[in-house]
Design a protein. Structure first.
Lengths: 113, 113
């Protein structure tokens, strides 16, 4: 079946550090890929997405590139802020039809000043 | 514009008691989703509605869970009777259509004692 694997957390970084959260996927078809973020006490929010190979999604300084050859969609940010502290979820949905979002387990990021 | 509204935000009940969660989607969104999020896991789809029709309920444990979306707007998810293992966060999401971005509510955190 379809699945998403992301690096275990928690991840603790100092402000202005470089962030990478790894995400790899297995899909029976051709997926679109997403990163969602969940701030404390809030619902999941779409952070960025990519719908085909080599696409780069970006938002709020975060980036992720759809790598079909390595089935990966790693999230990166050059300089994290305390306000980036949240749980990040990688997800996929098949482009072939009405299939559900499949989420990874989430990675908790804590940024300290 | 208001986002997806869920209530209650928190609920504590004893096992074998019934419980219900309510969701009001974003106005104009025809597709509504209920997800289950266990601690340390990503959300998993329970049921998806297109207007008032449940089009994907394959992951809904129908012996104790039920859902409805009368008039194709608000939705209610019910558990009767609740078990200890039902303790989790129940998320509601909505989208214009099944292929559009999903917007999530803040969730209802259920604790079964």
């Amino acid at each position: 079946g379809d699945s998403v694997t992301q690096m275990e957390g928690p991840v603790t970084l100092s402000e202005e550090a470089f962030l990478t959260i790894n995400c790899t996927y297995t899909a029976t078809g051709y997926p679109s890929l997403f990163w969602y973020v969940q701030y404390p006490g809030e619902g999941l929010q779409l952070l960025l997405k990519a719908t085909k190979a080599d696409d780069k999604g970006s938002n709020k300084g975060f980036e992720a590139t759809y790598r079909k050859e390595t089935t990966s969609f790693h999230l990166e940010k050059g300089s994290v802020q305390v306000s980036d502290s949240a749980v990040y979820f990688c997800a996929l949905v098949l482009n072939s039809g009405n299939t559900p979002l499949v989420f990874g387990k989430g990675t908790r990021l804590s940024v300290i000043a | 514009e208001a986002g997806v509204v869920q209530s209650p935000r928190y609920k504590i009940i004893e096992k074998k008691q019934p419980v219900a969660f309510w969701c009001n989607p974003i106005s104009g969104h025809n597709t509504l989703y209920w997800y289950l999020q266990n601690l340390g896991q990503g959300p998993e789809l329970l049921i998806r509605y297109e207007n008032e029709e449940a089009v994907d309920d394959s992951q809904l444990p129908k012996d104790r869970f039920s859902a409805e979306r009368l008039k194709g707007v608000d939705s209610t998810l019910k558990i009767q009777p609740a078990e200890l293992g039902d303790s989790a966060v129940y998320l509601c999401a909505s989208s214009l259509g099944p292929s559009n971005e999903q917007f999530f509510g803040p969730g209802t955190r259920l604790t079964v004692l």
